[in-house]
Design a protein around this ligand. Structure first.
Ligand code: HEM
Length: 617
């Protein structure tokens, strides 16, 4: 039987398919008997691409001929071409080059069904151009996950996104099998690596462990950084969290109050995680009451907030744009200069302390390791000054924004689930039973798995490292089949991006049944549902394989300590808004729908979370 549904498409339908090939699944049953499902659709795409290529070229040539005729140029008579003809020629050339780029994009992903869009959603234009039905936007994996879910539409856990204007052809996946082939095996064989053009923000301050793409460079940075993540550091993190929590209660005046409304919990979590990163990570003198500042004009926290907001400008703007006489450009420049000067002065101070051997307290913290590596003679573990500063900033950003977002999400969900808060508090009481002042210590960490599970679930539902972006470093293949199925090989061309979509993985019902439900119990060590957890991985939210998160235990130590101290003293509820015209309060469901939505800064987080804290009696 022939696939008439396909062949009977008219011209306008063909053009539509350029933007969205989701029309195919709806015609699957017609086609299936003739052309075997998915391979049929790939075959159809090949044909469409060829027709389209021919059509565009002939249309452009016809236009060009017509305009040459109208403006009677250029011809053998030797007349000079007019501007209009030159423009038409230019447009024709650009159009033809884009058509060829697009067709080669389709070939690069071997015509795997998926979206055809003007800009790759993670390219600069994809980020800058506002989200529209034709421009998915940087977090379409979240915004479209119910209504236009790409995996459901194309009936596959791995789909393509091919841009026809700007950006690299990409493959998006929510399959853990494919993830491991790319992130774990691909890293080891060299077939896949971090994409050169995607780590620009992290590389802004200098080469570093998070963003370098070459394997040799990465090994060096990881060897220098890795030893800082040890038991002593986690003990420091625990103590610093304890101290910062007490300071927060004092400085914010919570001690005297029974109920506190916080319009944006992120205003506390971001300050909190910055203090922990700065003190436990770098031994810097940060405290809740006296926020540090370099020149007395702006605090370092304010600088970091502005840097986070202006990151797109920082990576995209040419040198001359930094000199524009606009107030916000001037402010951006000042903020970046202040941060650099602040870090340089602390590095210098640490260098002097190490040289005079007076740094006993901080000798093992991350900053000291970096400074020592910079003082090594040229060799395997030497960091130059740019690399040193690059690593400091990379860890600062990798370490504080991610944890802040995850804590905000966790508290948002906990506010909707009072009985889960009670379970966590009950466990704290069991663990500290018989202790005089109820002190909770770092040795208790492994027994506080209910708080850890709640945090893990927050990370699952709002994974701050939302995309693992890798680039094929050579022509290679991926096997798209699940275990036990016949192999389905997908050839992937060098330069193609493979993007592991953590929202896709974490909301994939195959790994997480009832994915929209906040269920910390799925992470309990003895949970029967543990078998499903994203292909048996501990927590995919921290990535898998050799380049997985170096700071996972740093983050979980901080989160567990913060959550148990806070929840032991306070009940958390959603701060519901009131409709000014009717005087009615929104319901908890409405609150969740309004508040618990994703937004993107440098990493993925949740919108501003308004909460009420009530003292436990
Ligand atoms: C909830 C908190 C956190 C989450 C969800 C998270 C998630 C991730 C993810 C997904 C990656 C892999 C990125 C990629 O492959 O493209 C990563 C890498 C990394 N993270 Fe985290 N992270 C968190 C906290 C931290 C903290 C606190 C630190 C440091 C103190 C840290 C340091 C790093 C470093 C250094 C890497 C790069 C590792 C490498 O390439 O070898 N992270 N993180």
């Amino acid at each position: 039987m022939r696939c008439d549904a396909f062949n009977s498409r008219n011209e306008s339908e063909d053009t539509l398919m350029l933007l969205d090939v989701s029309a195919f699944p709806s015609q699957r049953s017609d086609c299936e008997t003739w052309c075997h499902g998915r391979s049929c659709r790939r075959q159809q795409l090949r044909v469409v691409a060829m027709i389209f290529q021919a059509k565009i070229i002939s249309t452009v040539l016809a236009q060009f001929e017509a305009s040459s005729a109208v403006y009677c140029i250029p011809n053998s008579s030797g007349m000079n071409p007019s501007w209009t003809t030159a423009t038409t020629a230019l447009v024709a050339a650009v159009t033809i080059s884009k058509v060829f780029k697009f067709i080669s994009g389709l070939k690069a992903v071997d015509y795997l069904p998926g979206l055809w869009v003007p800009f790759q959603p993670l390219s600069l234009l994809g980020v800058l151009v506002p989200e529209r039905s034709w421009n998915p936007g940087v977090i379409f994996v979240w915004t479209w996950r119910h209504t236009r879910n790409i995996y459901r539409r194309f009936d596959s856990d791995t789909v393509s996104v091919v841009p026809f204007f700007s950006g690299a052809p990409s493959i998006y996946t929510r399959s853990m099998d494919v993830t491991k082939q790319v992130v774990t095996v691909g890293h080891k064989t060299g077939a896949f690596g971090k994409a050169d053009d995607m780590g620009r923000l992290f590389l802004f301050w200098g080469p570093n462990v998070v963003a370098v793409t070459s394997q040799d460079q990465w090994r060096k940075h990881r060897r220098v950084t890795g030893p800082a993540f040890n038991k002593d550091t986690y003990q420091l993190v625990w103590n610093a969290t304890h101290k910062a929590y007490s300071e927060m209660i004092d400085c914010e005046g919570w001690g005297e109050k029974g109920t506190i409304d916080i319009r944006r919990i992120q205003s506390l979590t971001i300050k909190f995680t910055l203090i922990i990163m700065a003190t436990a990570g770098f031994g810097l003198p940060f405290s809740w009451g006296e926020p540090p500042s370099h020149d007395g004009r702006m605090t370092i926290q304010q600088c970091l907030e502005i840097i986070t907001l202006r990151n797109t400008f920082a990576i995209a703007a040419p040198r001359w744009a930094w000199k524009l006489p606009l107030p916000w450009v001037r402010q951006t420049r000042e903020v970046f200069d202040t941060m650099r000067a602040f870090m340089n002065s602390h590095v210098q101070a640490r260098r002097e302390a190490i040289d005079s051997s007076a740094d006993d307290d901080t000798s093992k913290d991350i900053l000291s390791l970096f400074v020592r590596a910079s003082e090594h003679d040229e060799g395997k573990l030497h960091l130059d000054n740019k690399e040193l500063i690059g690593n400091v900033f990379a860890l600062l950003f990798a370490g504080h924004e991610t944890t802040s977002h995850s804590l905000a999400a966790t508290l948002g969900f906990l506010s909707l689930h009072p009985f889960i808060q009670d379970e966590i508090v009950e466990q704290v009481h069991e663990v500290t039973k018989g202790r005089e002042n109820g002190e909770i210590t770092f040795d208790d960490y492994s027994k506080l798995d209910k708080a850890l599970a709640a945090f893990y679930e927050g990370v699952r539902m709002f994974p701050s490292g939302v995309y693992l972006i890798r680039e094929a470093k050579q022509d290679t293949v991926l096997n798209l089949s699940s275990i036990g199925e016949e192999p389905k090989m997908l050839p992937v061309k060098k330069g193609t991006h493979v993007i592991v979509d953590m929202i896709g993985v974490h909301y994939n019902p195959e790994y997480f049944p009832d994915p929209e439900e906040f269920k910390p119990a799925r992470w309990y060590a003895n949970s029967t549902s543990n078998a499903y957890i994203a292909g048996g991985e501990d927590h995919t939210g921290f990535s898998v394989g050799p380049r997985s998160c170096l700071g996972k235990k740093f983050a979980t130590t901080e989160a567990v300590c913060f959550l148990v101290l806070l929840l032991r003293d306070w009940r958390v509820e959603p701060l519901l808004s009131v409709n000014v015209s009717t005087g009615e309060k929104e319901t908890k469901e409405e609150w969740r729908k309004r508040v618990m939505q994703a937004k993107m800064t440098i990493t993925l987080g949740v919108r501003d979370v308004p909460l009420t804290f009530t003292k436990r009696v």
